[in-house]
Design a protein around this ligand. Structure first.
Ligand code: GLV
Length: 338
């Protein structure tokens, strides 16, 4: 039986690549740079599957250029790079990697919150640049975390994992979500706020963890930042465009909030001279929420397993648009393989 061809447009961990090789013909572009449109079109020629991450946007133009493409497997939990309507129209299945990165991303969210509140990067730079002369009471003073109120916007798996960490810090946990999460309320004592405004007004730390959709684009803008406490911090570990960056600049200029911790940006990588770069009260990371050796490997393995399942006639475990798979294969394909 001929193996299906799968295009991998950028470097992935070896273990995942080897697993993919066992069942698929792999076109591998072992590079860390973003593929150009031409490289993408070349690699996709004849490919039935793609395993990708980063900025590759699966939209009409890409799908038109790759009519034989059947499945795209994201090495990420977020899939805002998928145009689901276009994928539906072209019968292309999409998969993601939920679960394996939950705890790692929650660790990072909390680290970022702590780093911003306690000015860790600033203090580190201060020591290393030889400026430390003397202990003085107001040196690098920051904000307390213990016992404060954390407002989690987007109470999914990662939101709950952040809430568990917050519990250890004696924090009051409030959350806002599309749907109420009774389990989080019971297990963590998290208090639901139907109104985002209410959460913003009472939180000392607002942590954004919601997926980027048309409903959450610029969810936090000027009005929302204005409602926050003047000594509160905003932490974004979701997607850059959930937070309106120009509104954030206004909020920082106006002293509406204490500052921000950001792992994600409206444009990535951040353009040189971006105004946020010069802000001491903004801690900035290069989109590393899930970046540990083990988790990145597990994400790649999960993505590869999704593709392998697809081509062996099994339902991929992490379909983001199951309708497309059902329409193409239905229940009968599943039964035939069992
Ligand atoms: C990373 O941002 C992810 O969505 O997994």
């Amino acid at each position: 039986m001929t193996k299906p061809t799968v295009f991998v447009p950028h470097t992935i961990p070896d273990k995942a690549l080897h697993r993919l090789h066992a069942t698929c013909e792999v076109i591998y572009r072992d590079l860390r740079s973003e593929p150009t449109q031409t490289e993408l079109a070349d690699g996709l020629r004849g490919a039935k599957g793609m395993v990708c991450y980063g900025k590759i946007s699966v939209r009409e133009s890409l799908l038109e250029a790759a009519p034989q493409l059947e499945v795209v497997s994201n090495i990420a939990v977020g899939f805002d790079n998928f145009d689901l309507a276009a994928m539906q129209a072209h019968w292309v299945s999409g998969t993601n990697t939920p679960g394996v990165l939950t705890e790692t991303t929650a660790d990072l969210a909390f680290a970022l919150l702590m780093a911003a509140a306690r000015r860790i990067p600033e203090a580190d730079a201060y020591v290393k640049s030889g400026q430390w002369q003397k202990w003085v009471p107001d040196l690098m003073v920051g904000s307390d975390v213990y016992g404060k109120t954390i407002g989690i916007v987007g109470m999914g798996r990662i939101g709950e994992a952040v809430a568990r960490r917050a519990l250890g810090f004696g924090m009051t946990i409030v959350y806002h979500n599309r749907r109420r999460q009774p389990n989080a309320e019971l297990a963590l004592g998290a208090v639901y706020r139907a109104s985002l405004e209410e959460l913003l007004g009472e939180s000392d730390f607002v942590v954004l963890l919601t997926p980027l959709t048309k409903h959450t684009f610029h969810l936090i803008g000027e009005d929302e930042l204005c409602r926050m406490k003047r000594n509160a911090w905003i932490i974004n570990v979701a997607r850059g465009a959930v937070l309106d960056e120009s509104a954030l600049m206004k909020a920082l200029d106006g002293g509406w909030i204490a500052g921000a911790g950001l792992d994600v940006y409206e444009e990535e990588p951040l353009p040189a001279n971006h105004p946020l770069l010069s802000r001491p009260n903004v801690v900035m990371l290069p989109h590393i929420g899930s970046a540990t050796v083990a988790t990145r490997e597990n994400m790649a393995l999960t993505a590869v397993d999704n593709i392998i399942a697809y081509f062996s006639g099994r339902r991929p475990p992490n379909l983001v648009n199951p309708d497309v798979w059902e329409r193409r294969f239905g229940q009968s394909a599943e039964r035939m393989k069992e």
